[in-house]
Ligand binder design. Structure first.
Ligand SMILES: Cc1cc2nc3c(=O)[nH]c(=O)nc-3n(C[C@H](O)[C@H](O)[C@H](O)COP(=O)(O)OP(=O)(O)OC[C@H]3O[C@@H](n4cnc5c(N)ncnc54)[C@H](O)[C@@H]3O)c2cc1C
Length: 180
């Protein structure tokens, strides 16, 4: 994001949960530190990174509609702003105030991204988190994510050895614009 002249020993782009686990295990076997990243917009490298960066590129946007609204299942490696644009193109309102926030969908729950009076947690139905050691996925409800202002469980219990692989969003048909 900041185009700094810094390098990692290895950078892996993982587009499936299996690829995430394989890169994690490979780095561990070589005793290399691992840094999980989305697009790196919230990380400022002050020096080269002597380890493996695993960039999450798991894609996919699924939308299901019912009487009350839309249920989205989105891969963690989707670009957040692309998701906002895509939903609006599909006639699904709700995420407008969060447009243009840099980064990946899978990073959004970590600090509960927010802008202009709206926050990720208002739309979050669940977050799928992968235990990289056990190769096991747990689905956390929005309540279990313990969202606060720029805060969530992903900065604490789920910080090391876990990767967010997908998020579920619920956008309601009783939407009203949130204006300044
Ligand atoms: C110009 C600019 C404007 C911004 N405006 C806003 C704003 O208005 N509102 C706001 O809330 N934020 C804002 N931010 C912050 C940034 O957009 C968010 O923090 C965003 O969620 C970062 O996404 P990313 O994919 O780049 O995360 P990264 O920088 O790649 O990662 C952030 C952290 O999450 C971890 N991580 C990333 N992906 C995963 C994953 N899949 N599983 C587990 N851990 C992971 C990383 O290890 C790192 O600790 C802004 C940043 C910039 C540079």
């Amino acid at each position: 994001t900041f185009s700094l002249p810094v390098y990692a020993d290895e950078v892996v782009f993982a587009d499936t949960p299996d690829a995430l686990v394989a890169s994690w295990r490979h780095a561990n076997a070589q005793s290399r530190p691992v840094l999980m990243l989305g697009e790196g917009s919230n990380v400022l490298f002050l020096a080269d990174f002597a380890g493996t960066v695993i960039a999450n590129r798991i894609k996919g946007i699924e939308i299901a509609e019912d009487d009350g609204g839309w249920h989205l299942h989105v891969g963690a490696g989707e670009n957040w702003h692309h998701l906002v644009e895509y939903t609006l193109q599909q006639g699904v309102p709700g995420l407008e105030n969060l447009a243009l926030i840099p980064g990946c969908v899978g990073s959004a729950p970590i600090q509960n991204i927010g802008a202009y009076g709206a926050e990720f947690k208002q739309f979050c139905a669940y977050v799928d988190v992968l235990d990289l050691t056990l190769n096991q996925v747990t689905r956390l409800s929005a309540e279990q994510c313990q969202f606060g202002y720029r805060e969530s469980i992903f900065k604490h219990e789920y910080r090391q050895g876990f990767a967010i692989i997908a998020v579920g969003l619920h956008l309601t048909k009783s939407w009203v614009p949130l204006l300044g």
